[in-house]
Ligand binder design. Structure first.
Ligand code: NAP
Length: 282
């Protein structure tokens, strides 16, 4: 079946815009699901052809948004307590609309019980599969882009071990994989881990960033209490607790996956941290 129009959930956000760009670069028309009309410009700038205003917390606008689309890319807003209910709403509406091409944006190691937001993704995967057994699940590692701005600014400050191992992944590669699984046959019902090509620590990231960017980049560990009282203070208690659990898990074991699946899906080497820095420094 040829997929010509895809509804991208969370299309004004970081991941949604990347997926929109990847789909439109293949000639797919994207309908962007946005929370409010004033976010439409962000989605149009990423290439979306049309906008649907959808409230994922209530389901308002979902059925209309799914009218005349062939596929859905579903992602949950970050650290959202209701993300399992959101998955139920979106997958249920996709089933009612008779859609079969559906991809869900999960996370690497969703069954890791030390991170509540990972467990919610595992539960959301189950809900999606119960509605749509042919859905494709993508499980990305942490994005290189999470620390890109900080690297350019010369300071990588994180509340976990600077030596913890990560296989961070390029968001553009994740988006390309998303476009592939939605538009090409053979990915129905499959779950893919999407990890980057190298195992590196934040200390390594700082060293590589210094080499590529040509200016000092300091890696520093911030005390978790300091983070909680500083950047964490403006978050909801739930989001703060989820992030503290995540930083604690990162401190213990990092977040490492196998890069071979993404390499196979892309048909090329996934982008390393140095590649992303080079592209950003232009
Ligand atoms: N960052 C990583 O390294 C990483 C790795 C793996 C997986 N993930 C997962 O990727 C997902 C997306 O992350 P992201 O950073 O792209 O998130 P994001 O930038 O916050 O985007 C989420 C989008 O959802 C929209 N939204 C929020 N509440 C909504 C509602 N009630 N109804 C409709 N739309 C709503 C937001 O709208 P507004 O624009 O109006 O705020 C935003 O545009 C998350 O589930 C995260 O766990 C992230």
């Amino acid at each position: 079946m040829t997929v010509t129009t895809v509804l991208v959930i969370g299309a004004a956000g970081k991941t949604g815009r990347a997926v929109t760009r990847a789909l439109t670069s293949r000639g797919v028309s994207v309908r962007a699901a946005v929370r409010s009309p004033d976010r439409a410009e962000r989605a149009y700038a990423a290439g979306a052809q049309s906008i649907s205003v959808v409230d994922l917390e209530t389901g308002r606008g979902l059925d209309e948004a799914l009218d005349h689309v062939d596929g859905v890319y579903h992602l949950a807003p970050n650290m959202r307590p209701g993300e399992v209910a959101i998955a139920e709403r979106v997958a249920g509406a996709a089933t009612r609309a008779g859609l079969s091409r559906f991809a869900f944006h999960s996370v690497l190691h969703p069954h890791d019980g030390s991170m509540p937001h990972h467990l919610r993704k595992a539960e959301a995967e189950k809900v999606v599969r119960a509605h749509l057994p042919g859905a494709t699940v993508l499980r990305p590692a942490a994005y290189h882009q999470n620390l890109l701005e900080a690297a350019v600014a010369g300071r990588l400050a994180v509340p976990y071990s600077l030596d913890a191992p990560f296989t961070n992944v390029d968001l553009g590669d994740v988006a390309e994989a998303a476009a592939t699984v939605l538009t090409r046959p053979g990915h129905e019902g499959v779950t893919y881990d999407l990890a980057g090509p190298d195992v590196i620590s934040v200390r390594d990231q700082a060293r590589i960033a210094e080499d590529v960017l040509g200016h000092p980049v300091h890696a520093m560990r911030v005390d978790l209490d300091e983070w909680t009282a500083g950047p964490g203070a403006s978050l909801t208690t739930q989001a703060r607790d989820d992030l503290v659990a995540m930083f604690t898990a990162y401190d213990r074991a990092g977040l490492v996956g196998d890069g071979s699946t993404l390499r196979r899906l892309l048909g090329r080497e996934p982008r390393a941290w140095a590649d992303v820095l080079r592209a950003a420094s232009g």
